[in-house]
Write a protein that binds this ligand. Structure first.
Ligand SMILES: C[S@@+](CC[C@H](N)C(=O)[O-])C[C@H]1O[C@@H](n2cnc3c(N)ncnc32)[C@H](O)[C@@H]1O
Length: 216
């Protein structure tokens, strides 16, 4: 009989309990941190191994950062990097991004990023798996402060247009910046590249970008 494979990163997550949150202690949203009111609160959905969070948090120690990610290895890799650099203002939540409202308090977030989500584009029937839907945007709207931003980046032109269309018809979002070639645009200066972004940039592919703001 073949040996059963156990992902070694599952048990390794225990070494980073101060960073990686795996279960809700009670039925309440994740405890805000640091204890003092953060200047801003930021979410990265599908954060991978956390390079974007790390770079953003390093320059903003007064902000609180939350990353949602499913993959154990990426979570552990992220936590290792944060520890190594003494970054203490990031929490990684191991749960499906679809459950975000279980974790985060309403109207408490300044910026929500969806960076390079899986495009689910191989077959038409996969489209139902795309994270950005009208309903999901409504859930994110409920978490954002009245001055909040939703930011989306992708290498996938069709997902870019799909998200643009959904934002444009949504009553509670207004697109304020966009580019079909972020790195050649005026918005590149303020941009923080993610892991996947660097891969695509290296291959010479354009990156598509949208920034929207909440409207009542
Ligand atoms: C293409 S990668 C992009 C990673 C990172 N944002 C970047 O730009 O480098 C997409 C990430 O989203 C995660 N992911 C996919 N579906 C998810 C879901 N439903 N909830 C949370 N994370 C998810 C994947 O595990 C993967 O790490």
């Amino acid at each position: 009989m073949g040996k059963k494979f156990t992902n070694p990163y599952i048990s390794e997550m225990d070494n980073y309990k101060d960073i990686i949150i795996t279960e809700k202690i009670s039925n309440h949203p994740v405890k805000p941190f640091p204890d003092t009111q953060p200047l801003k609160s930021i979410i990265d959905i599908g954060c991978g191994s956390g390079n974007f969070l790390r770079k953003y948090a390093q320059n903003n120690p007064d902000f609180s950062f939350y990353g949602f990610e499913l993959r154990f290895k990426r979570l552990v890799k992220g936590a290792i990097k944060f520890k190594k650099r003494d970054i203490s203002n990031i929490r990684l939540i191991r749960d499906r991004a679809e459950n975000i409202r279980d974790w985060i308090k309403e109207k408490s977030i300044d910026e929500i990023y969806v960076n390079f989500p899986d495009p689910w584009a191989k077959k038409k029937r996969q489209l139902k798996h795309r994270l950005v839907t009208r309903e999901y945007l409504t859930e994110l709207f409920k978490l954002l402060k009245p001055t909040g931003h939703f930011i989306f980046k992708t290498d996938h032109p069709i997902y870019f247009q799909w998200t643009m269309d959904r934002l444009n018809i949504h009553d509670h979002f207004k697109v304020i910046e966009y580019s079909d070639d972020l790195h050649q645009s005026e918005y590149d200066k303020a941009n923080i590249p993610t892991e996947f972004e660097q891969l695509f940039k290296g291959k010479g592919f354009p990156v598509y970008y949208i920034r929207s703001i909440v409207q009542p």
